[in-house]
Design a protein around this ligand. Sequence first.
Ligand SMILES: [Zn+2]
Ligand SMILES: [Zn+2]
Length: 326
Amino acid sequence: MSLTMKYWGVRGSLPSSPSPGDWNNHIEGLLRGFFNAGLREASQVSKYIDSLGTSHLGGYGAATTSVEVKSPRSRIIIDGGSGIRSLSEQIMSGKAGASKGPFHIFMTHFHWDHVIGLPFFTPHFVPGVQIHYYAVQPDLEKNIRRVFEKPYFPVPFESLASKIHFHVLEPRKTIEVDDMKVTPYKLDHPDPCWGFRVECNNKVYAHCVDTEGTRVSREELGEDLPLYQGVDLMYFDAQYTFPELAEKANWGHSAAQVGLDIAFREGIKQVYFAHHDPGATIQQVQELKRQTLEYYDWRLNTAKENNEGLHPVQWDFAYEGLTVKI
Ligand SMILES: [Zn+2]
Ligand SMILES: [Zn+2]
């Protein structure tokens, strides 16, 4: 194993949990499932819970995008959505590796859902800690300083005790962070947004959130095609259903079917879909998953009928706290 990804937040646009009413419906469904399965005893509860799987039971989480990518020798963090607060707690408790850093935070872009957790990343306030920010956008430093600006946050950037460094990346040019190689490629999203290809010991992680996936063919992707080639695990934007994509053109988010098409063609082994809509209940994300399975099976069966070799792809919808090793 060369890379371990932990998804501290997988929701898109705004931190959002299903409402208390939605939770009531969900819990009612779980209880009905217990009795419909012919189970009656309290001693059978744990087994029933174990059989459901994390997201079926507890949903997908409320926090927005923040991903920890660990290699044997180092760690980077991609984006500072509200999920970075939980990572911060782990770091400060000493459970998530060295609390003194240095920390390497790569920013895809600066929409609220990707920066809202940054002021709650406690290492910012610890003297002696080194924090490195990276982004392709030349206004990286200005954008990060703004997150700590009064009256939006009480502690101004100038008062932070840590030492903060800014690194503006060149598009499609690889930089090394210890034993990891990180290369930014452009995604299809307003303002704009850059995905990251992370490599270590011949394992490749492709971070492709946020993207609409308007460019799909190899010709359209052009110089950004390497983001999707030779990839072990791709993290892809699937905020919408396939029909919603047409209604929400230029909103900058995609559907799982688009990601699967790219994965089939490029031989990507594993895909996790995320950036779940803030309004989506557990059942709605599960419905997206059902539609994706229908499409996946249809693609495989059609390929079989036409004697077209199609690589199976292992895929699922990401939930908060998910850890994947490649
Ligand atoms: Zn987003
Ligand atoms: Zn965005």
